[in-house]
Ligand binder design. Structure first.
Ligand SMILES: NC(=O)c1ccc[n+]([C@@H]2O[C@H](COP(=O)([O-])OP(=O)(O)OC[C@H]3O[C@@H](n4cnc5c(N)ncnc54)[C@H](OP(=O)(O)O)[C@@H]3O)[C@@H](O)[C@H]2O)c1
Length: 264
């Protein structure tokens, strides 16, 4: 397959995507492959074979960086690559993430802590590592969720990590405005991805949640469009907008009561 390759002497424009081995991250990689403003796509996740297969499918030059993004050794490796190669990060997408369902007690110390490390700490660190290598008109997309709009009993830590991402992303967007860098929080409703294989309760993509199920391709496309338009948030469907509206109009104790009544 023909790959777009630039001479090594010129600055290469990079798209770096975490969580590229499946779901939304994979979809972002496929859609960015249609853009001509970048020279290379860097794919990050733990499952190397998946990333290698995706790299083969892309028309852009792709680089596989197989790792656990919470691993400080990998972060050091990334810092070294960025500081020694002639590159500029055009697009950073933080899609790596996971959520465990159940009460805080059931989920336990290790899993609760890992969710925070992956969804919040690693994402924040990757932004800090990459921002110095971004120029005007670059962009960051951080994947949050509609879960960020409201506290969610039995998804408490996950929803809180996504609220962190939303708040952090919108503030970072304002901070980076003078440098003309856009930072967008992507807030999908449930999507049928491998995400639900890791919640610990796969059957919980319930009939109720299926009503608002979003198409992963549409979520990625809309998010890329919104970031191009320099928006700090992207919601794909009417259901997402409705959830956000409800979270703003009604007091949270009332919404929590409704959540309990309808078994969300
Ligand atoms: N699906 C939904 O209903 C939904 C709704 C709202 C928001 N989201 C958010 O969307 C994002 C993408 O999720 P998805 O739905 O696409 O689920 P997914 O298919 O399970 O994708 C998660 C991705 O994250 C990677 N990942 C997980 N832990 C990692 C780690 N420690 N280091 C590096 N990579 C890691 C996984 O790759 P490896 O396993 O190969 O490492 C995979 O590529 C997540 O942030 C999720 O919270 C999902």
């Amino acid at each position: 397959m023909k790959k777009n390759i630039r001479k090594a002497s010129t600055t290469r424009r990079i798209a770096l995507i975490t969580g590229a081995s499946s779901g939304l991250g994979y979809e972002f990689a496929k859609q960015l492959d249609l853009e001509s403003s970048i020279d290379e796509i860097w794919l990050v996740a733990r499952r190397e074979h998946r990333l290698e297969a995706l790299a083969e499918e892309l028309t852009h030059q792709a680089r596989v960086l197989a790792c656990d993004v919470t691993d400080p050794a990998w972060q050091k490796h990334l810092i070294k690559i960025l500081s020694t190669e002639n590159i500029q990060i055009d697009t950073l997408i933080n899609s790596a993430g996971m959520g465990k369902k159940g009460s805080v007690e059931e989920i336990g110390l290790a899993n609760n802590s890992y969710m925070v490390d992956l969804n919040c700490k690693a994402l924040t660190e990757i932004c800090s590592i990459c921002i110095p290598y971004m120029a005007e008109n670059s962009r960051i997309l951080n994947v949050s969720s509609t879960a960020s709009f409201l506290p969610q009993p039995r998804f408490a830590v996950y929803a809180a990590t996504k609220a962190y991402i939303l708040s952090y992303t919108r503030a970072l967007d304002k901070e980076l405005k003078p440098r003309k860098i856009t930072v967008t929080a992507v807030c999908p409703n449930p999507m049928e991805t491998e995400f639900f294989c890791h919640t610990g309760q796969p059957e919980e993509i319930s009939a109720l949640k299926k009503i608002g199920l979003e198409d992963v391709g549409k979520v990625a496309r809309k998010a890329l469009r919104r970031s191009k338009r320099k928006k700090d948030i992207s919601l794909q469907s009417m259901t997402s907008h409705l959830i956000r509206l409800i979270s703003r109009i009604f007091p949270h104790p009332f919404v929590l009561w409704i959540e309990k009544k309808i078994g969300l």
